[in-house]
Design a protein around this ligand. Sequence first.
Ligand code: ADP
Ligand code: ASP
Ligand code: MG
Length: 413
Amino acid sequence: MALIVQKYGGTSVGSTEKIKAVAQRVIQSHKMGNRIVVVLSAMAGETDRLTGLALDMQKIPFPREMDMLLATGEQVTVALFAMAVKNAGFDAISLLGSQVSIHTDAMHTKARIQTIDPELINAYLDQGKIVTIAGFQGVSKKGDITTLGRGGSDTTAVALAAAMRADACEIFTDVEGIFTTDPNICTLARKIDHISYDEMLELASLGAKVLDIRSVGLAKRFGVPVHVRSTFSDNIGTWVVEENKIMESMLVSGITYSKNEARITIKKVPDQPGIAAKIFLPISDAGILVDMIIQNTHDGRLTDMTFTVLRRDYDRAMDILKKVAEEIAAEAVTGDKDIAKVSIVGLGMRNHPGIASTMFQIFAKEGINIMMVSTSEIKVSCIIAEKYTELAVRALHDAFALDKENLPAEEID
Ligand code: ADP
Ligand code: ASP
Ligand code: MG
């Protein structure tokens, strides 16, 4: 008898008909003798709808009240799911994060899970029930409802799997697994059978939203095998596992893109020690994350500082920086929201120079201007104009022949 945590995303539970179909799928697994915990997202579009309602009330909604509102989306789906299971003649119970002691810190709208007590869940499983838990939410020490950030139901599922020492965590979604790039923008994208936690961490951090990055971090830390697969077929999807369980590391495992960022430049700042701290301290104090940073010196006395922030933080960052610019006598602050970050990722890149230059050549051939570049051992990212995103992804996918069985890195020399 296996203990399995299954998570179904928004599209998979996007209507009452779909919830009934998911219930049937879970019942089949239950009938095979498995103990099943089901984590559900809100119906597709619901969290966006609720966010829109909040924005009608306030430009920047109060985070505590925002969580009260957003957490309702998942409450609806778990209740409907439990009804569907019971109606089909099986026993089920729906529970909120607070009811199963998913304790988080108090960082509303981006809370982190601290502890989970699986006692109640185990008791209901012992009674033969299918237990369904609202994803994306928890409870703070004060007893306030918290949410984990967009896409956070994946994290609920993996955290539960870790706390319960489940045999596997299955993430059911609207694609057949993890692909070499987003299959919805590149029809030649190929499904990957196995991927390491580290590669998936990198893909997720660079925009592959198929798995929430925090869920991958938790899976790695607690060794939870994660199976990403389709709700709408029985096919095997992609296993996310430790690197040593994968036979060979690929040169490039995937191409990602993110349209969530914006670029800001502070022009002609005095080039002195301490200037970077003066610029970035107020930004980090406001809880704004900065990603890429580049600095261009003019003549040794003045410098331009360009960096990226999340697009949703752009207006706040600009307000802060206009004040900072006055204080440090910078010439101007300019910004651009219509950018995208396109990246190539692969463990095999560690020992292979030349990947970045190939990427630059491909962009040159397509007439795509590169605004910023950042590299690490296993990735190269470029900031380009947003309108070229799809073109860039397809061109890179084609140039690195990712539609074909990728050559193992060792065989490329
Ligand atoms: P869910 O609602 O099930 O959580 P998401 O929309 O969060 O689903 O994630 C699934 C989506 O992730 C897919 O529909 C696809 O467009 C996108 N995606 C981006 N990159 C990839 C990738 N490399 N492989 C698979 N899907 C990807
Ligand atoms: N409903 C939340 C969202 O749309 C959480 C999730 O689906 O994972 O972001
Ligand atoms: Mg998701």
